[in-house]
Design a binder for this molecule. Structure first.
Ligand SMILES: [Fe+2]
Length: 231
């Protein structure tokens, strides 16, 4: 089995509502360690209208230091710093966009808007321009959007990340299974908020109930991060 990678989780204290306290964050890391997770991407929300990348990066670093002081090295996965970046028109021009990619890579976890009206021409233009910069966007929780809208993004060359709660139910959405089969979904995420044990159950359940697909996606995610290495 490849090393388990949780590609999407809110585990950095004080960065967003996913982890309000250091104690929550340490409990989250313990949950992951118990599940056998080897690496987690810490993808705190980044809302471009609210904060500058340089300020976000500084706060993220402080948050990480706080967490590492509280938890130490044992009984936790490796932490790769990242962000869940909400797209907006013009995002391609924002200075520091590349710095929000998963640490050391060109892979960017991109969150699409939830309102239909925001999927307009300027959004597609922005996605195109981001791709032109050599950034590899992975769409966060593709399970939450209308399948045809996500298909369009796949056609443009984007990848997808799926939240495990969408796959942990008895009846799994067919289009998600198809996208996994086709290699369009390249990463699994818990999108962990809070530290309740049940919050991590979907992630472990998918690993247990879909072992072959999980293994394939883990391999794909590791390969993507390796290929997208910047340093
Ligand atoms: Fe998230």
């Amino acid at each position: 089995m490849s090393e388990l990678l949780d590609f999407h989780a809110h585990i950095l204290p004080h960065m967003d509502h996913g982890s309000r306290h250091t104690e929550t964050a340490t409990a989250q890391l313990s949950l992951m360690a118990k599940a056998g997770v080897g690496t987690v991407c810490a993808t705190s929300h980044f809302y471009p209208q609210d904060i500058l990348p340089e300020v976000f990066l500084e706060e993220r670093q402080k948050s990480l230091q706080l967490l590492l002081r509280a938890h130490g090295k044992a009984n936790r996965p490796e932490i790769l710093l990242g962000a869940e970046v909400l797209i907006c028109a013009g995002l391609e021009n924002m200075e520091g966009l590349r710095e929000l990619c998963v640490e050391g890579t060109d892979v960017l976890l991109l969150e699409m808007p939830f309102t239909k009206d925001d999927w307009d021409h300027s959004l597609y233009h922005t996605v195109h321009e981001i791709l032109m910069q050599g950034i590899r966007p992975v769409l966060a929780h593709v399970d939450r959007y209308p399948p045809h809208a996500i298909e369009q993004m796949f056609d443009m060359g984007l990848y997808g990340q799926v939240n495990c709660d969408a796959l942990s139910k008895l009846f799994k959405p067919k289009h998600l299974l198809r996208w996994m089969e086709e290699g369009k979904i390249v990463a699994l995420g818990s999108d962990l908020h809070g530290a309740e044990e049940k919050a991590y159950t979907p992630f472990t359940k998918v690993l247990r109930t879909m072992p072959e697909q999980s293994e394939r996606i883990m391999r794909t995610a590791h390969t993507l991060l390796k290929q997208a290495k910047r340093y």
